[in-house]
Ligand binder design. Structure first.
Ligand SMILES: *Cc1c(COP(=O)(O)O)cnc(C)c1O
Length: 459
């Protein structure tokens, strides 16, 4: 019989104590963790999560930006269960498996033109690491090698994951600074952050003046540069910073002009999040390499993928003795359960016209967010599809930010939790990223509670 944990208070108390005692939570100051009772999630259905006491919450950030069609989605559950009854894990080292083939075929079909090969790993950081190593190795062994091309261009405010290579590419001061001695150097280009424009201009009259930063770097150093790594259209962890669509278009053109690989990190933006299946589609561009994660399995299981074009892939072909092999792989690469979940999730997009629903809900969300601009301490509201950042500021006139240690984002999230909504901030930016299955009523509730919570936290 299933244990009714809600009724067993001793059991619950034990779990709460042991979470404090044994679990080291990510991105979390554990000293503060003991103050509030940890919110222990036990189940979920659609856009709603339930905690150990039976309380319900709207999952306002799609379980850290992963969930797509809702929790306990029958079609995905069934796909995983069916695979579970066959085999849970084998390996792609020397063997193949059915779901990983079917998923690769599907990904090649739905991703931007030219991306034809799928290399699996198990999280967004590794998907980026794989792209970085592929780009680096490509220049050494392609038919006309350019071994001097070893460096990378990445952007201000970028986030590509937490492994050392991914951290080298990223730049969020508070997360990354301490690791500087371990990191490889990159050329840091300016990513458009229109609300806080470095050049004190405004779009579109600026004519995308900020492109001068990456243009200068490429003009001067292109012979040393292997690849540009970009979060297309929206920088996620950097604060949900939405770039003008022309920016990505121009970056693609510059990459081609200067013979540099373009790596698109679509870990956050992929799978419909921005209103298109992939954010690159907004600008009509194809990257040479693309990293996928988060929403790939519908938010079910840790599968990630790096897609490659033929040009890069072909440079790795050769006699065994030439050592052109891509010597890289992860133990759970191409995990059949995860690939089965991903395949079911991707199929739902087609069957249920999910992108159309995203567009409709994004429009409804945009209309509701209009009112936020009048709330005091809301500086900027940024949105693309169902990806939203609300930047809170001390002073709207001067755009003066709250100090980091005021934890205004965390305070807002705490207010929201008491009202039945789960959020997770990025510093002073409140993120809204609901699962796509969220209904109108829940969306209205999410918005209303977010508004009340901002008011309460900034009062
Ligand atoms: C989350 C994220 C990553 C890292 O993914 P993990 O699965 O957490 O390793 C990389 N790039 C972007 C853009 C992300 O949002």
């Amino acid at each position: 019989m299933e244990k009714d944990i809600g009724a067993d208070s001793e059991y619950v108390t034990g779990l709460i104590e042991d979470d404090r005692r044994f679990v080291w939570h990510p991105f979390t100051q554990m000293r503060g963790w003991g103050e509030d009772e940890p919110l222990i999630i036990t189940s979920g259905k659609g856009a709603v999560l339930q905690d150990i006491h039976g309380r319900e919450y709207i999952d306002g950030v799609a379980s850290i930006w992963t969930n797509v069609h809702g929790h306990c989605r029958e079609e995905i559950d069934r796909a995983v269960r069916e695979q579970l009854s066959k085999v849970s894990h084998t390996t792609l080292l020397g063997l193949a498996n059915v779901p990983s083939i079917e998923l690769a075929r599907k990904l090649a079909a739905i991703t931007p033109t030219g991306l034809s090969r799928v290399f699996y790993s198990d999280n967004g950081s590794t998907a980026v690491e794989v792209a970085v190593k592929m780009a680096f190795q490509y220049w050494r062994q392609r038919p006309d090698p350019k071994p001097g091309k070893t460096a990378f261009v990445s952007f201000t405010n970028a986030y590509h994951g937490d492994t050392i290579g991914a951290v080298s590419l990223g730049r969020i001061e508070v997360f990354h600074e301490i690791f500087d001695p371990l990191l490889f150097q990159t050329y840091r280009a300016y990513y458009p952050y229109c609300y806080r424009c470095r050049y004190d201009k405004s779009y579109p009259s600026c004519g995308l003046h900020c492109l001068c930063s990456i243009e200068e770097i490429l003009e001067r150093w292109h012979e040393k540069i292997a690849a540009i790594v970009i979060e297309p259209m929206v920088q996620g962890a950097g604060g949900m910073i939405v770039a003008p669509v022309d920016f990505l278009k121009r970056v693609r053109e510059l990459a081609t002009q200067y013979d540099v690989i373009l790596i698109a990190d679509e870990v956050a933006t992929g799978f419909g999040r921005t209103g298109k299946m992939f954010a690159c589609e907004h600008a009509g561009v194809s990257p040479d390499l693309m990293a996928l994660g988060k929403g790939l399995t519908g938010g079910y299981l840790p599968v990630a993928a790096t897609l490659s074009c033929d040009k890069v892939y072909d440079a790795f072909l050769g006699d065994y003795s030439e050592k052109k092999t891509f010597f890289h792989g992860h133990t759970y690469t191409g995990n059949p359960l995860g690939c089965a979940a991903a395949l079911a999730s991707v199929e739902l997009f087609e069957r249920d016209n999910v992108l159309e629903a995203v567009e409709r809900k994004a429009a409804s969300l945009a209309a509701k967010l209009e009112a936020f601009r009048n709330i005091s301490h809301v500086g900027d509201v940024r949105q693309l599809g169902l990806m939203v950042g609300i930047e809170l500021v001390r002073d709207e006139g001067t755009r003066q930010p709250y100090d980091w240690d005021e934890r205004i984002g965390a305070k807002t999230v705490k207010e929201a939790r008491g009202r039945g909504v789960i959020l997770r901030p990025l510093g002073n930016v409140i993120v809204l990223m609901p699962p796509f299955c969220i209904d109108e009523e829940q969306l209205a509730q999410l918005i209303e509670i977010t508004r009340e919570s901002i008011r309460a936290a900034t009062a």
